[in-house]
Design a protein around this ligand. Sequence first.
Ligand code: ADP
Ligand code: ADP
Length: 233
Amino acid sequence: KLKIKMKNISKIFYTGEMETHALKDISFDIYEGDYISISGPSGCGKSTLLSLLGLLAPPSSGQYLIENEDVSNLTLTEAATIRNRKIGFVFQQFNLIDELSVVDNVALPLKYQTPPVPLNEARDRAIKCLNRVDLGHRVDHKPNQLSGGQQQRVAIARALIADPAILLVDEPTGNLDSKNGDVVMDMLEQLNKDGTTICMVTHDARYADMAHRQLHLLDGEIVEQKQNVMEAV
Ligand code: ADP
Ligand code: ADP
């Protein structure tokens, strides 16, 4: 089942007299259950691509479909509505709210849905998501009582709460030591095996190898699509 279709997508930034062609005629598809990594040197367009995928910015040209719905030309309000329902974000910074408990952090996106999800249901769903990231025993902790790896797993649970079409992950291990980084990457791999569709930006070649397919960007173009051979079980 096709989740994401990007066809001949370009993005140009205009700053004064200058034009920056951040993405040049990019095309790729993401299917349900895929795990895609995007890598490439600084300035190659990774963040721009992720912001387009996440409906944080519109393409300059080209066609973008999420679950067969054309999202190439949305108003800001339409983009926000579809983003809330279809996109889960995980950032390098965990972006958790320190004053809220873990479970309230995870439930927060449900408050902004229309209509808002009733509190009891929101809490139950948040606990289910925390169980998926093995943090069912930490629901009433505050984020600063957790390790970095645990905080990132809370952020992943929050990203999953609305059952998004795709999880967009930006350098998830950038703020973690290698032990916690490995824990987070193992968690993403497990979620993918359970059916979550993932698109991840990483500059770590070891982690890019965990994806099924690697898109390598250079100067705004896809220069290589590497299909990872699945290990025999
Ligand atoms: P990466 O994430 O791979 O480092 P980016 O997507 O941030 O690359 O940037 C791609 C290119 O687009 C760079 O040349 C960058 O300077 C330019 N760029 C990114 N965002 C903007 C912006 N808001 N305005 C102008 N130029 C931008
Ligand atoms: P896990 O393997 O479950 O992710 P960790 O080994 O990362 O757990 O941490 C064990 C426990 O130590 C955590 O449950 C947390 O309560 C506590 N802890 C770890 N790092 C920190 C930290 N930086 N600040 C506060 N508590 C921490």
